[in-house]
Design a binder for this molecule. Structure first.
Ligand code: NAP
Length: 550
């Protein structure tokens, strides 16, 4: 079966010189191709996978689906595309999203300039020519004026630091790089290490097929039911009365999605009964609304504790064995400060007789053995080991590119104390390099589709401005970048987020600087700020060309 419903791409020869190189052919990279072509740029794309899709190409584990509603997780740049594409479920599966991306690539002929199965091995800025020199693992060298890193925020999967993986003689897989050939689960003794979104999505499905499933949990996570199902026809009809306007309105919201049941008031401003009713409504509605239904859940410890207690009670009511329920109850960090998960039947899965939950804080994993997982308590024999252990998020994919900017400075050095960037779009000292959803933009805290479209629109308009003015070099100013970093940190510190040991803050990667990596002030405020900056002639950016500066 051709899962992609499209013709496999023909391998193309890399050009030697283009206006822009775009790294990545997921949602961000593809849209960058479309927009850059629109302003007359020649473009070459480099993509590690053999196909388009990015995240949705790699994350094909059982249960993988989006946790943003399909009607909002969509490109909005083409009214015809909006009009004609129909999503079958409220939260689309990985396969359906991949079909959509392939449809878009075909429809707008976006593959023709992309070198697939190719990785960037180095990108070096040539100051004499104001060009990037991009090397690939195919031995190509491509020069370009602008380098667009559309590499994704969660695209470098991470194995855990557990000894003995190399000794294991069974099969092991990672959720973030799930094999393309079928993985046999039926009748197997399966173990999952990791209970973040990927683990929580896959565990209920693995449990249905496996003979026995052992879940190794280090930190219990907060999860709310997605309530997936067919797209609600009434809501869809309402959205479709003016779908473009609906998408535009998403740019004016904090999270890039419509606020459908949020109260807009503090959890402390209402009586117990009203608060409980609102929590129930959010629990019954799905999405991330339990986090946003009151406006202070992520800021006020008291409000946060009330939401947490509500989920704790829900877990107790779903899980039959009180001892297992207590193990599943998240403790030690505020609700939502590790990314909230959306599930289908996660907690109830622990009522199954073939599912076992191992608290590896109580009995830590000592090593992977030849035949399974050894904890301080006992050995668990395993035929299939699933690592749902997350990603080197935000910075990992950029730092593997071996980027060297002005003066030969490497990005790895520039970011040794944290990923500092101006607006998450550009990095001081790295002229003509743009990042889509880079660190210190709202990125992972908002709906990725509008944030991607916003970033690409902004970047392409900035390039267009430089072209119109005759400049060939644009770079973020160090001072403006520092101010922005200060602003990002200031706003994060006003919330409870830094208290969670999450990948948002680099806590899952040993040695990674602890810096909150996303702008938490809201997508709406961020968009307004970016507009202001562009309208004022790109405050905080320096443009130049041989013999002229601005
Ligand atoms: P994650 O949230 O980072 O979760 C990784 C899990 O692995 C955590 O439970 C972590 O425990 C555990 N872990 C890591 N190293 C370990 C070790 N050495 N020993 C034992 N346990 C270990 O990763 P993820 O689940 O892949 O999700 C990452 C992000 O991707 C999500 O937050 C979300 O933004 C995105 N995502 C989205 C969707 C969706 O749209 N539906 C689906 C999947 C993922 P600790 O918590 O103790 O570190």
């Amino acid at each position: 079966m051709n899962l992609h419903e499209s013709t496999p791409p023909v391998r193309i020869a890399a050009p030697t010189l283009v206006d822009a190189v775009v790294i990545g052919a997921g949602f961000a990279g593809l849209y960058a191709h479309y927009k850059l072509r629109g302003i007359g740029c020649t473009v070459f794309g480099v993509e590690a996978a053999p196909e388009v899709g990015g995240t949705w190409f790699w994350n094909r584990y059982p249960g993988a689906r989006c946790d943003v509603e399909s009607l909002d997780y969509t490109y909005s740049f083409s009214p015809e595309l909006l009009d004609q594409w129909r999503w079958s479920e409220r939260f689309a599966t990985q396969l359906e999203i991949l079909r959509y991306i392939n449809h878009v690539a075909d429809r707008f002929d976006l593959r023709r300039d992309i070198g697939f199965d190719t990785r960037v091995t180095a990108a070096t800025f040539d100051e004499a020519a104001n060009q990037w020199v991009v090397d690939t693992d195919r031995g190509d060298t491509v020069r370009c004026r602008y380098l667009i890193a559309a590499v994704g925020c969660l695209s470098l999967p991470k194995l855990p630091e557990i000894a003995g993986i190399e000794d294991y003689e069974g099969r092991w897989v990672q959720t973030g790089a799930w094999p393309h050939e079928p993985v046999e689960i039926a009748g197997k003794r399966v173990a999952v290490i990791g209970t973040g979104s990927s683990g929580i999505q896959s565990i209920p499905l693995l449990a249905q097929e496996a003979a026995h499933l052992t879940v190794f949990q280090r930190t219990a996570n907060y999860s709310v039911p997605a309530h997936n199902g067919p797209v609600d026809p009434d809501y869809e009809a309402q959205v479709r009365t003016d779908y473009s306007a609906h998408c535009q309105a998403n740019r004016k919201t904090k999270g890039g999605v419509p606020s459908r049941i949020d109260s807009g008031v503090s959890a402390m401003a209402v009586c117990d009964q009203e608060r409980q009713a609102k929590y129930e409504q959010a629990w019954g509605f799905g999405t991330f609304s339990l986090q946003s239904v009151f406006n202070d859940t992520t800021r006020n410890p008291e409000a946060n504790a009330l939401a947490a207690a509500f989920v704790h009670d829900k877990i107790r009511s779903i899980v039959n064995d009180p001892e297992i329920a207590e193990r599943l109850i998240p403790r030690g960090y505020p609700f939502g400060t590790k990314r909230l998960c959306l599930d289908t039947g996660y907690y109830a899965t622990f009522n199954r007789s073939n599912v076992e939950l191992v608290d590896i804080r109580a009995t830590p994993i000592e090593r992977i053995t030849r035949t399974g997982v050894q904890t301080t308590d006992r050995e668990y024999p395993v035929d299939l080991l699933v690592f749902a252990t997350g990603f080197d998020a935000m910075t990992g994919p950029l730092l593997t590119l071996n980027i060297r900017g002005a003066g030969g400075q490497s990005l790895n050095d520039a970011w040794k104390d944290g990923p500092f960037s101006y607006l998450g779009l550009a990095i001081a000292g790295f002229p003509n390099l743009f990042t889509v959803n880079g660190p210190s933009s709202p990125s992972v805290l908002a709906n990725m589709l509008p944030t991607i479209e916003h970033h690409v629109d902004w970047i392409v308009e900035c390039i267009s401005y430089a072209k119109r003015k005759g400049f060939d070099r644009v770079e973020a100013d160090e001072g403006a970048q520092k101010e922005w970093a200060h602003e990002v940190a200031r706003i994060a510190a006003m919330t409870l987020y830094p208290q969670g040991n999450s990948w948002y803050i680099g806590a899952n990667v040993p040695g990674k600087p602890r810096v909150f990596m996303a702008y938490i002030g809201g997508f709406d405020r961020y968009v307004a700020r970016c507009e202001e900056i562009a309208d004022s002639g790109y405050t905080g950016f320096r443009f130049s060309a041989v013999g002229s500066t601005e």
